[in-house]
Write a protein that binds this ligand. Structure first.
Ligand code: SF4
Length: 342
């Protein structure tokens, strides 16, 4: 491996060089035969395109791919994150902002691609100058993602891989992704199982998501690694989308992150919730039928200070762009507008 690669290389290049990446891919693909790719453990044979909860078979489904400028500043940078949006999902969030992608499997099946095509998309995004490859909703396609990374790495991919997930992930799969993923970006949705069941239609969200984040933390620790331009190369960033009526249990989640992981884990506090999908129309979900109020948002920011979280980003109240503060507790540290980010 060249010196250039050893100093700034994405971690999967080391696995490729050691001959380990193919073994990981094959171990991940073996989970498709009686599917345990996510904690729902459906047991269907996806290698034969038997479909179950996530309506996803052997091949990856890509809804779209593009340079994206709405992620956290060290992922967006100046040339965008290289987003690849997978179709379908293992959750059924009643407020999903991408429900046309995640919950419309009859349409999404038309977007099935080969592993080779997925690898080409990654290389296209790299050629466009994107700073990373940001897989959005990768959980149900983790084996396909890994196979495509292998193909793309053999053809010159070197960007960091971002795993942008709903946190309902299998610990076994995450262990196999150790060294393949460079940045974990889980969205920790709820602190209570009841909310996970009512609003995302899965059981044991609290336990499953916390086990997943514990594994991500085991791999990454609480230190984020940036390059000389301030771009995130490696680490764990936990997203916390503030829901109306505190349905996400923000304080419970922050207390758990601080006490069981570390107050130095980066958190990204998000204000962008709006009622969509059935959250705005079905009376069963009336508590989700509005945006958050300014006072709810201010309480969420106060909670970051109360729990003495030290690293991360806070979204502007009206949603975008992100404002960037490297250290929540450092009053001398100015906020930087994402447009000024270098
Ligand atoms: S990835 Fe899909 S088929 Fe496999 S266990 Fe999860 S929901 Fe079921």
């Amino acid at each position: 491996m060249s010196d250039e690669l050893t100093t700034s290389a994405a971690s999967y290049l080391s696995l490729l060089e050691a001959g380990e990446l193919l073994k990981r891919v094959e171990s991940l693909e073996a989970l498709l035969e009686s599917c345990t790719v996510c904690p729902l453990d459906c047991g269907n044979n996806r290698l034969n395109d038997e479909l179950a909860r996530c309506y996803s078979g052997r091949l990856p489904i890509v809804s779209s791919y593009t340079a994206h400028f709405g992620e956290e500043p060290p992922l967006t940078g100046t040339r965008g994150a290289g987003n690849i949006f997978f179709g379908n999902c293992n959750l059924r969030c009643v407020y999903c902002q991408n429900y046309q992608i995640s919950q419309a499997h009859k349409e999404q099946i038309k977007n099935q691609v080969t592993h080779e095509r997925l690898a080409e998309m990654m290389l296209e995004l790299q050629a466009r100058g994107c700073h990373n490859i940001n897989f959005v909703s990768p959980t149900h396609f983790a084996p396909q993602m890994a196979r495509a990374i292998l193909i793309a790495a053999e053809r010159g991919l070197h960007l960091p891989i971002v795993y942008n997930t709903n946190a309902y992930d299998s610990v076994e799969v995450l262990r196999l992704l150790d060294g393949i993923v460079d940045v974990y970006l889980p969205d920790l949705k709820y602190a209570e199982d009841e909310a996970g069941f009512l609003y995302s239609k899965v059981r044991s969200y609290r336990e499953v998501s916390r086990a997943a984040l514990t594994e991500m933390y085991r791999q990454m620790g609480d230190k984020q690694v940036y390059d000389e331009h301030g771009l995130l190369k490696r680490g764990l960033v936990i997203r916390l989308l503030v829901l109306p009526n505190d349905l996400g249990g923000l304080r419970d989640s922050l207390g758990w992150i601080r006490d069981e992981l570390s107050p130095r884990v980066a958190v990204s506090l998000m204000a962008q919730y709006y009622p969509t999908n059935v959250a705005g129309t079905n009376p069963r979900y009336a508590l989700l039928s509005r945006r958050i109020s300014e006072s709810e948002w201010m309480r969420a920011i106060s909670a970051l200070e109360e729990f003495e979280m030290e690293e991360g980003w806070i979204q502007e109240y009206d949603g975008a762009p992100f404002y960037y503060r490297p250290n929540f507790n450092d009053a001398e540290t100015p906020f930087h507008d994402v447009r000024d980010f270098q």
